[in-house]
Design a protein around this ligand. Structure first.
Ligand code: ZN
Length: 135
């Protein structure tokens, strides 16, 4: 980072249920067509602090200004948790997050208070955007 921001990157967690998995799939495809991000695995069973099925979208700070407003308009009714990564996972999820749609419960006990920089996963984009965001 060159700007001294404590935010190393962001995650967007896209939640779904069995009935909305197809909606989540369509959103995932639209994201990948438009943004240079790291699309995570599908978690049909809740993992970590999450209380519902979801997939993660990891993205660099530089992508926030284009990606998050787009998500606001295109989440198709799905709940999305957007949180920064500042090496303080519990605060990042519980205090510093923003929710698109109705918030869901999180399990705070599994979130560490602090992690080391070495434990912070670098963002490795795995999408090949070829459409303009608002196309
Ligand atoms: Zn996350």
């Amino acid at each position: 980072m060159s700007d001294n921001s404590p935010i190393h990157s962001y995650h967007a967690h896209v939640y779904y249920e069995p009935a909305t998995r197809g909606t989540a799939q369509a959103l995932r495809q639209r994201i990948g067509e438009r943004f240079s991000v790291q699309l995570g695995r599908w978690h049909d069973v809740p993992v970590g602090p999450h209380s519902a099925a979801m997939y993660q979208v990891a993205f660099a700070s530089e992508a926030f200004a284009a990606f998050v407003p787009w998500l606001m308009l295109h989440r198709a009714g799905l709940t999305v948790l957007v949180h920064p990564n500042t090496l303080a996972p519990r605060d990042d999820h519980l205090l510093h997050a923003l929710w698109l749609g109705p918030p869901l419960a999180l399990k705070p006990d599994v979130l560490p208070l602090r992690i080391d920089l070495a434990d912070e996963s670098p963002i490795v984009p795995n999408t090949t955007p070829h459409l303009a965001p608002w196309s």
